[in-house]
Design a protein around this ligand. Structure first.
Ligand code: G3I
Length: 304
């Protein structure tokens, strides 16, 4: 293939990007988006603060703009994210206990129902485990409603949109470590008890302090061996030139080597679109030109 999306499709995979609704009027941005990508993840527009700014008052304006653009251009959509400790509206931050649990379940149900039939995969729960060596759950207001909040969210999402793949998504789980071991144990437990889960997303935000792990492919494979799909969901890699290109190639090749690694999403299009505003972690420069990392990614998707 000659584009990222077409090349990924040749092996039955997708190649996606995070999209910001307010950039859909930027013709350079949209030109690259429509040419290269066949999956989109709304970068912020489906989060709790965006979709339910006041309790039971839902606002889908910006998220719907991205969904419409995707549908008009034959792109699939990864919903992001239904239940997360971050980017909660103020009214949620002021709740606890049963009231928070019910608000979370209502949010999952309402948003998944609004988008029923339109979402390929949902990040149902995002970033629920703690960093470091404990393998514990992250302390958050959602966690304090009870350990079963994650499975409750997955069951509510399945009931609302039975056709969507339901994923758990996290960072610093890209190699084998205490955090990824804890996620692994959760998935194993969910599978053994029939809690609906279809996929695990590996965010894959890499930089010199957090490089691509040497056991990246092995880690993807062990999760796939649990009988779920895996995806690379928020890929960006700090650096430039050949070193950055080589790191991108390693990540893409790892996914290509795991049959249940069904797709790759980069977290933005141009370096200037990145959440790492000072960095250059993406595949296109600020002018929209292809970087060496683009070429190595394309070659890896094409088996080179
Ligand atoms: O929209 C408001 C704007 O009205 C306001 O004037 C401005 C002032 O700060 O803020 C704008 O909101 C910002 C929003 O991005 C949209 O640009 C928030 O402050 C800012 O915090 C938010 O950052 C996002 C971040 O998640 C928040 O946690 C990034 O764009 C987004 O790329 C990032 O994405 C996360 C994934 O969801 C989960 N995994 C990690 C990843 C990177 O942090």
């Amino acid at each position: 293939g000659t584009t990222l999306g077409a090349s990924a499709a040749e092996s039955g995979r997708y190649f996606g990007t995070a999209v910001a609704a307010n950039k859909l009027s930027d013709s350079t941005y949209v030109g690259i988006l429509n040419r290269e990508f066949n999956m989109v993840t709304p970068e912020n527009e489906m989060k709790w603060d965006a979709t339910e700014p006041s309790q039971n008052q839902f606002n889908y304006t910006n998220a719907d703009r991205i969904v419409s653009h995707a549908q008009a251009n034959g792109m699939r959509i990864r919903g992001h994210a239904l239940a997360w400790h971050s980017q909660q509206p103020g009214w949620v931050q002021n709740l606890s206990g049963t009231a928070l649990r019910q608000a979370m379940l209502n949010h999952v149900t309402q948003v998944a129902t609004h988008y029923k039939g339109k979402i390929h995969s949902w990040d149902v729960v995002n970033e629920a485990f703690a960093d470091g060596g404990t393998g514990a759950r992250r302390d958050s207001n959602l966690q304090r409603t009870g350990d079963d909040w994650i499975e409750a969210a997955f069951r509510a999402a399945r009931a609302a949109d039975p056709g969507a793949k339901l994923c758990y998504n996290d960072y610093n789980t890209d190699g084998q470590n205490a955090k990824s071991n804890a996620v692994y144990a959760m998935v194993q437990d969910f599978k053994s008890r029939g809690v609906p889960i279809d996929c695990v997303g590996f965010q894959s935000h890499f930089n010199p302090n957090s490089p691509v792990p040497s056991d990246y492919q092995a880690n993807l494979q062990r999760f796939a061996n649990l009988g779920i799909d895996v995806q690379i969901t928020e890929l960006d890699i700090e650096g430039s030139g050949t070193a950055q290109a080589d790191n991108y190639s390693r990540v893409i090749k790892a996914c290509m080597a795991v049959s249940r690694c069904t797709g790759i999403t980069v977290w933005g299009i141009r370096d200037s679109d990145s959440w790492r505003s000072s960095g250059t972690p993406l595949l296109f420069d600020a002018s929209g030109n292809k970087k060496p990392a683009y070429t190595s990614t394309l070659n890896a998707l094409n088996g080179g």
